[in-house]
Every structure is written in C-alpha cells, then in structure tokens.
Design a protein around this ligand. Sequence first.
Ligand SMILES: O=C(CO)[C@@H](O)[C@H](O)COP(=O)(O)O
Length: 223
Amino acid sequence: MTTRINPSILAADFANLERELGRISTADLVHVDIMDNHFVPNLTFGLPMVQRLAQVSPIPLDVHLMIDDPDRWGPGYAEAGAHSVTFHAEAAGEPVALARRLRHIGARAGIALKPGTDATPYLDLLPEFDQVLVMTVEPGFGGQSFIPETMSKLARIADAVQDAGLDVWLQVDGGITADTIGIAAEAGANTFVAGSAVYNGDDPAQRIAELRDAAAAHPHSHR
Ligand SMILES: O=C(CO)[C@@H](O)[C@H](O)COP(=O)(O)O
C-alpha cells in the first residue's frame, strides 16, 4: 500500500511558514486548510496565501476548502497550482461539475465528508473524484480527538473504491496520531493528514517517519 503523510500547516508557526514547509519536506503533500468563518467557525488563509505557498513549498499542496460556495472559489485554488483541491459535499452546489472543472484545470479533485454526512449519495460518483476525505473530527480546529465512529463510513467507501476498481485516494483528517493512524489504515485510508502530531514537537521529520511506520504496520485487509 502506498502511504501518504500530509502534515497540516494549521499547526505550524504562521510567522515562519516558509521555514515550516522546509521542516516537512519528507512528507508527501502539505495540507492547507482554507476556512472562511462561515462553513466552519474559524478563519485561516485565502487565495493570495496559497499562491505564495505554491511558489515556495518543497512539496505539492493539498488544499482543503472548508468554505461556503466552493463552486465559485475552488477553481482559483487549482489555478494557483494546488496539486489537489478538496471541497465539502455539504457546501457544494454541483459537486460533479466542480470536480470536472478542477480536473480540467489540472488539479486532483477531492470531496470531503463531515463526520455526520452519509456516504451513500456519493458512492456512485466516485469515478468523478481523485480522493475522498473522511473527516475524523468536526472540521474547524486542530488538536481535536479522533472520532472512531467515522471508520465504518471509511470502510464502506474503501469497499466501493475496490469493487469499482478505482484509484481514488482515501484521506482521513483530524486527531491522526501514531496511536490512531493504524485504526484508519486498517479501515482503508492511505492518505493521512496530521497537524498537531507533526508540528507539536522538536522534529517534524521524525514524527512523519513514525506516522508512516505506524500506518504501514496496520495494512488494510481487503475483504
Ligand atoms: O481540517 C482540519 C481541522 O478542521 C485539520 O486539517 C486539522 O489541521 C488537523 O489537525 P490535528 O487534528 O491533526 O491537530
């Protein structure tokens, strides 16, 4: 299994972002949380910041839009050079049209589901997406505890991806640590977002290596 570790710069030092990106250069992608204080009760960065991050980052950008009206704003992030742009199912008006637009611009298209959102309406749409993000906390803040009840949904999506013979990355985000990453890996995740677990320490590269090892020790048992 390919394991991807995507540190979230939500937990980084915002006054030194270029340095903070350099400290995670052994990761696969850098996860960039865009929050608008409407879709979630928190506010982070917008397009100008992502344009600059794309210029200086040693690894590609994995943009997670926690915003209203991603149909309007999402394509700009793809044009800014994001490797992937993930929008929320709960916020999108026309998710398939938006995913096609993102792909047309050249980004991978991702759809995110909040912990309480049922995956059923999206299972038939999986070929339209390059990745599915199963939120393992309520979106909005770093440092929350992993919600294990989200794992049955992840496993269902993993089964659907496998049954359809698709190469859709399955991402989890929220409360991912060396203790929880194995649970998500066993349920079918292959792409892991971690903020506090990477940046709350002296050596982010070491934390990335530990997370990678912990995920690899718990392979997904395809049923
Ligand atoms: O999207 C979010 C929060 O809404 C995340 O990307 C957080 O940044 C994850 O932080 P940790 O739970 O790993 O501290």
